[in-house]
Design a protein around this ligand. Structure first.
Ligand code: V07
Length: 257
């Protein structure tokens, strides 16, 4: 499936003037995905334990969710925990696995109020029971909301996702439900954990790392990328709007469709 022609400019992202930062309400990216990096580094700089950075990072999410929803973003995907993050020290993993509950305890009523639908992309099986129950409850409680989708990538890795997609498609072929010639891009897309979600239009990664780290390799095929040196706990609504303004500058439609 090809993306609409968007008059893509090849120039680099010059600093935007205040006027250029004004957002065009008709060109808000439908799906924004964020790799929220730099929490540990933020804490280290302050002589604090890494978990203090994670806690601060969770508070930043609250502000960005609200701003995205108000701006009319359709889907906000946040990379909360990768399949590789299990290799971290156990106390840190244990702390991280408590964050979904902590977040939802204060935010779920507000998300319901704001008509936000919570989704999870990733393998739920390996999550501790308390984490899994909290996120499944949130998904269930917001199932009928038709505002912004808040999609947490939790125990997610793109290659793992592709492996399970291949297994799923193989079993559909083996059972005779479809033939190998039926397998199309749509078949693959709907075997991925992001089934039913449009591909991201904009990827944001904080903390200066210029790489994908096994995040949505298939889904990001046509996305615009925006990287910043700002650490996730220091990220504000202002930075978020700057990313959207750069996106709009790159995809500006000069009166076209
Ligand atoms: C986590 C805070 C944000 C910075 C990045 C890593 C640490 C929110 C959640 C969450 C997940 C699912 C859900 C509700 C909230 C979360 C983890 C880590 C594992 F349904 N923040 N956050 N989960 N961090």
């Amino acid at each position: 499936m090809l993306k609409k022609w968007t008059n893509r400019k090849t120039e680099t992202d010059y600093p935007l003037s205040e006027e250029q930062k004004e957002l065009d309400p008709h060109n808000i990216p439908n799906h924004v995905a964020i790799i929220m990096d730099g929490n540990g580094r933020w804490a280290k700089k302050r002589g604090l334990p890494r978990v203090a950075g994670h806690r601060e990072g969770m508070n930043v999410i609250k502000k960005i969710v609200k701003r995205s929803s108000r701006l009319g973003v359709g889907v906000l995907t946040l990379y909360a925990f990768s399949t590789e993050n299990w290799k971290r020290p156990k106390p840190e993993v244990d702390f991280l696995m408590r964050l979904p509950e902590r977040f939802l305890k204060s935010e779920l009523p507000k998300l319901i109020e704001e008509n936000v639908q919570v989704r999870i992309t990733g393998s739920r099986e390996a999550l501790p029971g308390h984490t899994r129950e909290a996120v499944e409850q949130a998904v269930e409680d917001t199932r009928n909301n038709d505002g912004m989708v808040l999609n947490f990538a939790l125990n997610y890795g793109s290659r793992n996702e592709m492996v399970q997609a291949i297994r799923q498609i193989y079993s559909r072929v083996e059972s005779g439900e479809i033939t190998i010639d039926d397998v199309s891009e749509e078949t693959v897309a709907s075997a991925l954990m992001t089934e039913g979600l449009d591909d991201p239009d904009l990827l944001i990664r904080t903390s200066g790392e210029i790489r994908l780290s096994n995040f949505m390799l298939w889904q990001l095929a046509y996305a615009e990328f925006w990287f910043t040196d700002v650490l996730w706990p220091d990220f504000t609504e202002h930075h978020f709007e700057e990313a959207l303004a750069v996106y709009q500058k790159r995809t500006r439609r000069y009166g076209g469709v």
